[in-house]
Design a protein. Structure first.
Length: 537
């Protein structure tokens, strides 16, 4: 089954669902790439700041361990040519620091890269370092923003005589950070490209699955589907590949005897919802075929099952009981027509006989003849209705007895016959019995003692039917072939097609989960046996 969908384009919005999904995924991928880049750069900047401060502190600690620096600080006044300035500049050039400043206890610079600033107070508070504490910080000074490290300067006897402050230009830190960005952006671009490719492939798959529809069309189809499934007069049950219920529409819930809408059925195994039985076997596919009959409560259901592409299935259910009344009337009319046709010549002959007896004045003989004819008909009808309680089937057998009598064949019921009026599908059983009796009559005509015997009985909920005749029988090699549609030993007479009766019998039996086989009687005639499970309520 193929479905064709149309969609309506709306200005200002992507026409297809796949376009909207692709754009959304690309935006998400770009956002994630930008966020990841920002989250990486933020700690990277802090890490570079920490490294710069630690490096500045290490240079300051190294300078403070120089034994010449405390002595030079204490031995002479500040000046550009002092030993302190010379030592500090040597350390600055050797380490690449922005500045190495030596401070005395009054906070006066004794060294500086700008000689004009020597002898002036420092621009930042030196109290922590002069108190004996080491300091790491990012701060603004006369040379701009820098990463600083400050340590106390100790004399040989351990007394604090000043402090050493080392700064590393913040531009160096920023340059390292900016230098890392191109590589980081390359990784982010690669991740964004992979995300875009994955988004494109996913969008193509969604495009195939949604048949290139817009979201509004999909929503409309879902709404139409729900309205259609719950309004049609045919039951629909959808199952997934594991046999769990996906959907039960209102009509299916009614036919299966579930609560309206079957709210508790979705997601549960069908066998758990319905219980074991033929209905479950048919709907789950354990019993295969078309137009399968099954019984659910007092209802006779006609089921068909169609697999879906994802391994699940959709089963449809029709209520056979709703059309059974019409079938009963049709079968009754057909049986009545056959009986009337068979009785036509017989009644004419009997009326002629009765008229002759009356014209001859043999009134007593005429009365006896009339009593015998009426009593025989009444006796046959009473025998049938005593053993076959279903009125439709009883009427069929009475009519067939009349047809058999016209053809010179005795039709009788077997002693074991007893069938209650609890048939689930009497119309189907009438078709089976009618076809088997017709074939048996054709076979029995011309035999030494033409006879057809019908046995109908119930074994629990199973109906058992056997039809025997006095004909030549069926060879063993032909007992399966005779059930093939179109096979017949009779020549066609007129436009009516031959070879359908026995094929129809087996098909009807199999639809109800039963069987139809051919065998042989003790006298060599044919015996046809049919078993119909769950044929009785």
């Amino acid at each position: 089954m193929r479905f064709h969908f149309t969609s309506t384009w709306r200005p200002g919005r992507p026409r297809r669902a796949v376009s909207q999904i692709l754009l959304t995924q690309l935006a998400l991928a770009a956002g994630v790439a930008v966020l990841a880049t920002g989250l990486f750069l933020a700690p990277l900047g802090a890490q570079l700041d920490d490294q710069a401060m630690r490096r500045a502190l290490a240079i300051a600690q190294s300078a403070a361990t120089d034994p010449e620096l405390p002595a030079a600080l204490l031995s002479g006044p500040p000046g550009p040519d002092s030993a302190v300035q010379a030592t500090a500049e040597r350390i600055r050039r050797a380490t690449g620091a922005e500045y190495v400043v030596v401070i005395d206890l009054k906070g006066i610079r004794r060294s500086h890269p700008s000689p004009a600033l020597i002898g002036l107070p420092v621009s930042t508070d030196p109290s922590d370092a002069l108190a004996g504490r080491e300091v790491m910080e990012i701060d603004e000074g006369t040379l701009g923003r820098s990463a600083r490290g400050k340590v106390p300067l100790l004399a040989a006897d351990g007394e604090i005589v000043g402090a050493v402050s080392v700064g590393i230009a913040y531009d160096n830190v920023r340059d390292r950070l900016l230098g890392a960005i191109p590589g980081l952006l390359a990784y982010a671009g690669g991740a964004l490209a992979m995300g875009a490719l994955a988004a494109f492939l996913l969008s193509r798959r969604i495009q195939r699955q949604t048949r290139d529809l817009a979201f509004s069309d999909i929503a409309g189809l879902l709404a139409e589907r729900e309205a259609m499934l719950h309004s049609i007069r045919e039951g629909v049950v959808a199952l997934d590949r594991a046999g769990r219920v996906r959907l039960v529409n209102d009509e299916a819930a009614r036919l299966l005897g579930l609560a309206p809408g079957a709210p508790d059925a979705a997601g549960r195994p069908l066998e758990e919802v319905l219980g074991p039985g033929r209905t479950t076997d048919v709907l789950t596919g354990r019993v295969t075929g078309r137009d399968l009959l099954t019984v659910r409560g007092a209802r006779v259901l006609l089921a068909n099952r169609m697999p879906t592409e994802d391994g699940g299935a959709v089963a449809t259910l029709r209520d056979r009981t709703e059309v059974e009344h019409l079938g009963r009337e049709l079968d009754s009319t057909r049986g009545l027509i056959d009986a009337l046709r068979a009785q036509d010549h017989e009644h004419a002959n009997r009326l002629h006989t009765l008229l002759g007896l009356l014209e001859l004045g043999l009134h007593e003989e005429a009365a006896e003849f009339l009593t015998e004819v009426v009593g025989g008909r009444r006796s046959t009808a009473e025998q049938v209705t005593e053993k076959v309680h279903d009125p439709l089937l009883a009427a069929l057998l009475v009519g067939k007895a009349t047809v058999a009598a016209e053809r010179g064949v005795a039709l009788r019921l077997a002693p074991a016959t007893l069938l209650p009026d609890r048939l689930v599908d009497p119309g189907g059983l009438v078709t089976i019995v009618g076809n088997l009796v017709d074939n048996a009559l054709d076979a029995a005509v011309g035999s030494a003692a033409p006879l057809v015997e019908v046995e109908l009985r119930a074994e629990g909920r199973t109906a058992v039917l056997r039809v025997r005749d006095s004909g030549p029988g069926v060879p063993v090699v032909r007992r399966e072939e005779i059930f093939t549609e179109g096979w017949s030993t009779k020549r066609p007479s007129g436009p009516r097609e031959r070879g359908l009766g026995l094929a129809l019998v087996r098909r009807l039996a199999q639809r109800q989960g039963g069987s139809a086989v051919a065998g042989e009687t003790a006298d060599g005639g044919a015996e046809f046996s049919v078993e119909l499970p769950e044929a009785l309520r």
